[in-house]
Structure formats: C-alpha cells, structure tokens
Design a binder for this molecule. Sequence first.
Ligand SMILES: O=C(O)CCC(=O)C(=O)O
Ligand SMILES: [Fe+2]
Length: 319
Amino acid sequence: MRSLPIPNLPVIDLSKENLNPGTGSWLSTCRNVTQALEEYGCFVAVYDGVALELHDEVFSAVEKLFDLPLEIKKKNTSEKPYFGYVGRHQPFIPPLYEGLGIDCANTLEGTQNFSNIMWPQGNDSFCKTVLSYTKQVSELEQTVKQMVFESYGVEKYYESLNEKSTYLLRMMKYRGPEKNENNVGCESHTDKSFITILHQNEVNGLEIKAKDGSWIGFDDPTPSSFIVMAGDAFLAWSNGRIHSAVHRVVMNGGSKARYSVGVFTYNEGIIHVPEELADDEYPLQFKSFDHFGLLHYYATEEGSKADSTAKGYCAISNP
Ligand SMILES: O=C(O)CCC(=O)C(=O)O
Ligand SMILES: [Fe+2]
C-alpha cells in the first residue's frame, strides 16, 4: 500500500542577499510569505542572519541558564503574564516544561536587567550573546512584517507600528518524559504576539495544526531554519486575513532535553486595523486594541477559555 505524503510546512528562503526591495524576487517572496501566513499561520524561514557560531553560543548559554537553581530562576518575574519564569511546581504547566523570559531583549538594558538577577556577579558574555541574537532575529521579524504590509498595500503604516515593537526573548527547556509519563511539553495554544520566531536544538517536538485539523511536525531543524509564526495580534491587525496557528510541543523522542528560543513581538499602545483592509466584501471584524491588554485578557479565566483570544478580546460584535 502506498502511504500518503507527510504534509510539510512551507519553506521560504529569506537569506539577506536575496532580499532587495523592489526586485522581482522580493515581490514574489512577499506573496509567498503572506500566503503562507494566511494558509498555515507559519512557515520555515531559511535565514543566514545568525551565524553558526552565534547559534551554538545561544544554545550553550541557554543550557547553562536552565542549570541554575530553581530559587534563582524563579526570581525572573514580570507584571506581564508569561514574561517571567514559568515551570516546575506551577499548576496547569506540563511537568516537562520550563521557560524564562527577557523583556526588551534587543536592548542592552533588557539583557542586563535579566542577567543581573540570574548572576548578581554579572555575566557579560550571556548579555552579549542574547543581545546580538535578538537583534539579528528582530531583523528577520521586520522583514516579514514589511513584506506582509507591502503585499496588502499598507506599507505606509509599517514604520509607525515598527517603532512601537518590543521584543521578548523566551527560552524554553523540555526534559524528556520518564516511562509512562505524559509526553506533552506545551499544551495546544495560539501565540498572543504579533509575530513569534522560534529556533530549536536538534530535539524535535513542535507540531502545528493545519486548517484541516491535521498536525504537521517540524522535523527538519537546521541552525539556519526558523519557524515564523503569526500571533493573535497579527490576525486582528489584518482583519482576520492572517491565520494564527494552534501549536503544541510533544516529546516523542528519547530522554534528551529539547531547548528552544522564541523572539515574541509585542507592540506598545493601540493597534489599529488599517482601513484599507476592510470593505463591503470584507467588513471590519476587529476594533482597535491594546496589545498588552490582549495578553492580560488571555490570562483571565474568560480569556483562557475563549476559542479565539483575538475575537474574545476585540471582535466587533454583530448586532
Ligand atoms: O518550544 C517551542 O518550539 C514552542 C514554544 C511555544 O509555542 C511558545 O512558547 O509559545
Ligand atoms: Fe507558542
């Protein structure tokens, strides 16, 4: 019997040298990026902005970070939900999971605030590594945003939104499950960010739910492959055109730990749906909204139960 082909995520080459605005390859890549985000809510970007050496430094720094004692990691706290330490001994969190977050990780101040808490004696090399990593990945994020804005003919709004962007770097560790232990590392969810860019070590586990309900595994990571994923804020901004994909982490392999890092974009202030993205055929579905308000809403009981965070928080209700 012939087996069905395993569905794959779209793969798009976003290497810097191929991306010159205005060229034919830029325009076709804009279309591919937008289509992938509309259909799958994500794609695999092949990106050469993070050198192999920096990639290795990041994952080795992250491993060392998780080796710190739990009492120290728990000092990573934040007013913003899910920005600080999340993990062991917390209710509703899979026991395999631990995560730490650095707010404003594209600034020296952000990385130093974090590292001074983890290592009161200082850790300049950690700061330098995560700062250059976040800066490089934020360039990829900006390219993707610019491409989508251009595809929709609303590039005039790009700069003002981009100026309000802040970058959260979240580092995740998933230990391998023990015998007979549940293998879910991270429950199904959509991200609350505008865009998330994920990068992982060689241990697989990320699965993305396609629109037909099937799960697509990301099984072929390389140091230059990044998962670019749209969050609920991007969906609302696009008046529902961009899809925010449900995804989860399932640890099917052996005992080796999975490490991943995600750069999550949030925007300060109010996000407006461009008026060009609503018309008679496509009526306005979302009100202007406060991005961090959306995140806080998700942390409420009502918000955590909503089928769609974006709809629950800022949909225009039909009479
Ligand atoms: O570890 C991963 O690859 C995914 C993590 C994730 O989905 C999240 O932190 O929102
Ligand atoms: Fe996620």
